[in-house]
Design a protein around this ligand. Structure first.
Ligand code: FAD
Length: 316
């Protein structure tokens, strides 16, 4: 049994003894240009030195980044890094998803992040494809590939913006778990209590899969405010006011954002969160600073796909 990277405090709020090994992971997006790819490669090498469990790579809804996601995943695989491609199903046919799964199987991928996605604006309701919800994608992946993949799904501590309320969203989250999800990654949030309440409400309805907090470093307030409006993530009033007071002072925003995210992560780990998933936006420095401030160790060897294969096979 692996030792947790950060010791759990006595009296931590969540009962997470079912998943003793904390999972740390880094999310990337597939670059559009050769220069972007070069930058990603440099940043991945810095991040890989920390020894994350895996890197995940986003996928544009409707298949808009299909080839670029595949290329980025292929490069990460060639570095021997465990990689989890995202697959969003809205706008796709069963045949397209089947082909993608076959490609990832050939690459030796063992972990996926399965999502619904949002239709790009301009695509009408007729373009929704063969899947309506992520639960249908999870069920399809299990039907087609059995237990080959560890499947991560999305979770929303402050509930999904299209859900009428938290209870309805929780019911829909449960459908994804019942369809075969292995674990979940949350939308980012800045209120540890929102996350803890969500995990407790999952446990109350019998959901025990690991729910890993998604962590968004704060470096640019106006960009964060735009993202947050679109995805329904709350920036608490105290934080918003203080970030607004920084005006255009980029250094003050970074310092305040760093301190806020570090104390959020400290509290989450102390309360028993089963790991952290960093939305790196392809930048290494903000995540590296948070990692160091948390006192998390750097690994001598990044986690490799060979180990991932061995561990997945053990679980089968
Ligand atoms: C960790 C993470 C990674 C992400 N990566 C990507 C990415 O790579 N590409 C991308 O395009 N987007 C990505 N997203 C965004 C995500 O696609 C959007 O948030 C999307 O709006 C919902 O996706 P979902 O998989 O949560 O959908 P679902 O779980 O299908 O839920 C979507 C909405 O439908 C409701 N619902 C679900 N099932 C039912 C049902 N049976 N009946 C009625 N209502 C139902 C839910 O309550 C919710 O309101 C990511 C989000 C997260 C948190």
């Amino acid at each position: 049994m692996a030792t947790p990277l950060v010791p759990q405090h006595e009296g931590s709020r969540l009962n997470t003894h079912s998943s003793p090994e904390r999972v740390f992971s880094f999310e990337l997006f597939p670059p559009k240009t050769a220069a972007g790819m070069e930058k990603l490669q440099t940043n991945v090498l810095h991040l890989a030195a920390l020894g994350p469990r895996y890197f995940s790579v986003t996928y544009g809804a409707g298949g808009s980044t299909r080839d670029r996601t595949f290329e980025t995943v292929t490069w990460l695989r060639a570095q021997g890094l465990e990689t989890a491609p995202h697959i969003s199903c809205i706008g796709s046919s069963r045949a397209e998803i089947r082909e993608l799964l076959a490609g990832y199987t050939t690459l030796g991928i063992r972990r996926l992040v399965a999502l619904r996605g949002d239709l790009p604006s301009g695509m009408g309701v007729g373009a929704t494809g063969d899947f309506r919800y992520a639960s249908e994608l999870v069920a399809f992946i299990r039907e087609e590939t059995g237990e080959r993949f560890h499947i991560e799904v999305a979770a929303y501590p402050e509930f999904h913006p299209q859900a009428a309320n938290a209870q309805i969203d929780l019911r829909n989250f449960k459908r994804k778990v019942e369809a075969g999800a292995s674990a979940a990654i949350t939308q980012y949030f800045y209120s540890a209590d929102a996350y803890l309440r969500f995990v407790e409400s999952c446990q109350a309805v019998g959901l025990t899969i690991p729910i890993v907090p998604g962590i968004m470093p704060i470096t640019n307030y106006s960009q964060l405010a735009r993202f947050s409006d679109a995805c329904g993530a709350e920036i608490p009033r105290w934080l918003r006011k203080r970030l607004e007071a920084c005006g255009d002072d980029v250094e003050s925003i970074r310092t305040l954002g760093h301190d806020a995210v570090v104390s959020l992560c400290r509290r989450l780990l102390a309360e028993g969160a089963p790991g952290l998933h960093f939305y790196t936006l392809n930048q290494a420095a903000p995540t590296l600073r948070i990692w160091q401030a948390l006192g998390l160790p750097a690994a001598e060897q990044p986690h490799s796909d060979a180990e991932a294969d061995a561990e997945t096979n053990e679980g089968c």
